[in-house]
Design a protein around this ligand. Sequence first.
Ligand SMILES: NC(=O)c1ccc[n+]([C@@H]2O[C@H](COP(=O)([O-])OP(=O)(O)OC[C@H]3O[C@@H](n4cnc5c(N)ncnc54)[C@H](O)[C@@H]3O)[C@@H](O)[C@H]2O)c1
Length: 483
Amino acid sequence: MSIEKLLPRHRDLYYGGAWHRPEGGYADSFSPSTGENLGPCAVASRADVDAAVRAAHEAYRSWRRTAPGERATVLRRIAQVMREHREELAMIDAIDCGNPVSALMNDVDIATQLIDYFAGLVHELRGSTIPMGEGVIDMTVREPYGVCARIVAYNHPMMFTASRLAAAVAAGNTVIMKPPVQAPLSAYRLMELIDGIAPPGVINVLSGGTECGQALVDHPLVPKVTLIGSIATGKAIARGAAEHLKHVSLELGGKNALVVYPDADLERAIKGAVAGMCFTWCGQACSSTTRLFVHESVYDQVVQGVLEGVRVYRPGLPTDKATTMGAIVSREQYDKIMHYIELGRQEGARLAAGGRHPGGAELANGHFIEPTVFTDVTMDMRIAREEIFGPVLSILKWSDEDEMFEQVNSLEYGLAAGVYTTRLDTAHRAAGRFEAGYVWVNNAAKHFFPAPFGGYKQSGNNREESFEELVSYTQLKNVYITL
Ligand SMILES: NC(=O)c1ccc[n+]([C@@H]2O[C@H](COP(=O)([O-])OP(=O)(O)OC[C@H]3O[C@@H](n4cnc5c(N)ncnc54)[C@H](O)[C@@H]3O)[C@@H](O)[C@H]2O)c1
């Protein structure tokens, strides 16, 4: 099928069960892998946000009273439609965000799995009773907030837009999803496909940039805002939300450490270190283990293994099912990554692999970067301290365990961390010492559904992909009954 036929016809704002022309106008979206103009996409202004929030607020009045089983049915139908359009949705994302289509089909699967999961949990939002003595019943109930805004990052456009509406809707809220400004096309296609499944105003999609996000944060009829994004945006949203004392849930960036002990199964550790970089996504994954701390006694062996391992990943056109590594989402992000690579060189790290555009006529117009590995990295270097969100691995050497943990935990990030060891006591000691919300032992970077995912420190304050996510879309009410 040609690209024109595949891409969504509707490029406006979807709210109140219908498409609306944006007052804010349109901006073109471009393919990161070919540079091709993919056409105009709506940019929601404050006035557009206001109209959408009012529609969602109106829908909330009846949706909150809908039986939980009915809400589950709506979600299951959405998941089913997505399954039927799995490849198409993945292909739109591949064209628009640059990640490989085969990995994005897996994203659609994850989204449908999560939607079904939350549909299955609608009856589990139980309250409790508290014994107060004869003549009294005291009970708690979990109630929705109202209109919830969900602002998401660009690295999994479809997966985030589809899966992150589910918990809020299951709990009786209505939602406004704001897909990433770099890749909104799959969100439009999703709404074309699921139009009419939920009552008008329950699920809404507003594409746009910072103004749209800020207007959602500022709107008095939006009591809860959730962000998947960078720490800088998290802080901006928290500041804006403070004005109204809104509930804010944040899933933010990471600079995750992976520690290799001398007793590790080195073959597994090397595989884990390579897989943990999420090179398929060009390292554009919050859970990428971008700081590899290797014990000095096995350092050379691990470095050699990693350098061999990364060769599996070759940048290629994301629409080709055989491609193992896609393109960087935008020119801006490409330049940022290249800047960090240059910085790493200047700071004295050794560029042991990659660091360049792969070249070749087919990839000439795309934002491609080879898998990049720096060795001899130390924690005073910016490439070791800052989230690059690109295919750049920093390898550090350690000898003293206390010192190593000091370095691992020295950053404001606290999303995830991993350890490779064959010793149970070492594994537990490390898991206890990591200042991170998600820890892998003999594994790296993967999310294991439905385990709660989220960060410590400035990496966030929320837990998603789990029962905790559902509960976070409810508020607790106590009812004291004098009989
Ligand atoms: N913890 C997680 O689960 C997780 C998952 C994926 C990505 N991330 C993080 O996301 C970041 C990369 O994504 P990104 O570049 O799209 O992030 P970003 O913070 O630039 O943008 C995220 C979203 O916020 C919107 N936005 C930007 N400024 C805003 C403002 N002032 N007010 C309201 N909305 C605003 C954007 O339009 C976008 O939709 C990385 O830091 C990555 O680690 C975290």
